[in-house]
Design a protein around this ligand. Sequence first.
Ligand SMILES: [Zn+2]
Length: 380
Amino acid sequence: MAAPDRRAFLRDGALGAAALGLAPSRAPTWRRFQGPKTRRVLVVAFAGGVRTRETLGAAGNVPNLMRIAEQGVVFPRTRATNLGHFGATLSIFTGISEARGIRDNIRGTDPTLFEYLRKDLGWTSSDVWVSTSGGAQEANISHGLHPEYGPKYGANTLDGDGIFNAEFKGILDAYGRPREMGAQELALLEKMRASIGGTAKGALNDVDSVARVERFLLDELRRGTQDLKGLGAADAKAFRVARNLLAVFRPRFLAVVVREADQAHGSFNNYVQIVKRNDEMLGELWAAVQSDPELADSTALFVLPEFGRDADLNSRRGLDHGDGSDDLNYVSLVCWGPDFRRGVNVQEEVRTVDVCPTVCAMLGADARYSRGQRLPRLMA
Ligand SMILES: [Zn+2]
């Protein structure tokens, strides 16, 4: 019997160490985690505090999410990190439990997924987008203030409700018509330009893409995104903008961040209606991926709330978030991708902070400050 070849021994040893997360170089670990097909990733922060009871526990509310779950991998025991909406949502993108309170309105100090991807992979800002339902907090997700990362690696940010306001509808008449815009129309256009990126300064950090984005926004106005109205309209706009972004810019990483389900504090019924509407919009986004052969073969999707809600109704027949129940602390993470397993439920406990390092590993970047782990039993 021949003694094992020294080179083979070292190689196998290195792989074994990599599997345990002990490899001196992380490159082999990434390669092992990178599927052959995944070239782009969508992360939907189905946020605002959403319990599994109203999603996978009530299939009628979320037929689209159910369909995606049945063809993908579900982690029904995904532990949320803290109980402020902003901090908990930010944690999904930093992979660190962010200790920020509910009213905080500042950027974090930890790098985000967007920054890891752009810095490690040399991607431009038009590769990396975040579409939000509006508000300064959500715009702050696009990048942190870490000295090694920061604004120059941030995501392009579109705040659907801020931009696709009925006020801008007048621009429509001028757009596409071969004539000069009037002073009032020009003023409106200036205002729209100013609202790109919401209130976040420098959110649209690639100056060269501004013209393309502007053209996109004007097209959005023509497509009627501003006409989405009623309960949950701000979230619906964020989904619609994301769907159209996907078609126009074909981003390599796209995040959708919504939050209107938080109306649950005052009304359980409104909350359920918003969950249903967001599922419809998710279905629209999903259909856009599936109907495009290139996207369908190369796009992975992650959907998760930032945390759940209390087990019992409050005195207003609403649902708060603060009782420490499993309904609050655990959410369902649904993953679908061309390199993922199909129709699998993973009962193992994972965490919302695991999404960031998982996505980075899949695309070949290193979420070096993240505290999360790569999701187990995900890859086919
Ligand atoms: Zn709340």
